[in-house]
Design a protein around this ligand. Structure first.
Ligand code: SAM
Length: 196
């Protein structure tokens, strides 16, 4: 049966499917083990392109392995998503974040950080097409997760409502601390979002 209130990761994919067109350029800001990168590469098709960022070579290797032949549609970037504007030109069709640490990694202390995550979102909002969407899966159960959650909520709440709509989605009855979703939809053209 169809689930109307999906979990966070399926919902983030659904939002991207509804806003990103075939042939567009998109960004996976946190490649990790490549689940979102693969989804994005399949969705944008042969004419599209994915820029996938991670600061760990191990993550990019794991992503490349998952992609197989789809690697042709993907540029793997070993750099922080905070430098996205060095690699990617406007307009992009959408972007996905999956915050926290790399699952199954030897070093679970390597995590996304408030300042760089916010810098990346801010720059990606400028690069995004009008009507485009940025999805962010936010985990707050690990060490450092609460600080990132608080900083992010403060930042997105201050984005001007004429420029973007920001939504937070969360299932409230789940065990094992699943992520919540932040989704940001760009409503008009701008190079840099205004803050209130
Ligand atoms: N979406 C991924 C998947 O499908 O497997 C999972 C991503 S994992 C939760 C978070 C990733 O963000 C880790 O691989 C970590 O190395 C990476 N990361 C941490 N800080 C980063 C930064 N500043 N720029 C880019 N990636 C970063």
């Amino acid at each position: 049966s169809q689930i109307i209130l999906p979990r966070v990761l399926p919902l983030s994919k659904r939002l991207i499917e509804q806003t990103v067109l075939q042939g567009e350029v998109v960004v996976d800001a946190t490649a990790g083990n490549g689940n979102d990168t693969k989804f994005l590469a399949e969705h944008v098709g042969e004419e599209g392109h994915v820029f996938a960022f991670d600061i760990q070579q191990q993550a990019l290797d794991s992503t490349a392995e998952r992609l197989q032949a789809l690697t042709e549609r993907v540029t793997l970037v070993l750099d922080s998503h905070a430098h996205v504007d060095k690699y990617v030109q406007a307009p992009i069709g959408g972007a996905m974040f999956n915050l926290g640490y790399l699952p199954y990694s030897d070093d679970l202390s390597i995590i996304t950080k408030p300042d760089t995550t916010i810098e990346a979102i801010h720059k990606l909002l400028g690069l995004l097409k009008k009507d485009g969407m940025i999805t962010i899966a936010v985990y707050d159960g690990h060490e450092g997760g609460k600080e990132e959650r608080e900083a992010l909520l403060q930042y997105v709440t201050k984005l001007h409502q004429v420029d973007v709509h920001v939504a937070k989605y969360e299932l409230l009855n789940q065990l094992n601390k699943p992520p919540f979703l932040l989704a940001i939809e760009k409503l008009r053209d701008f190079d840099e979002p205004r803050m209130i």
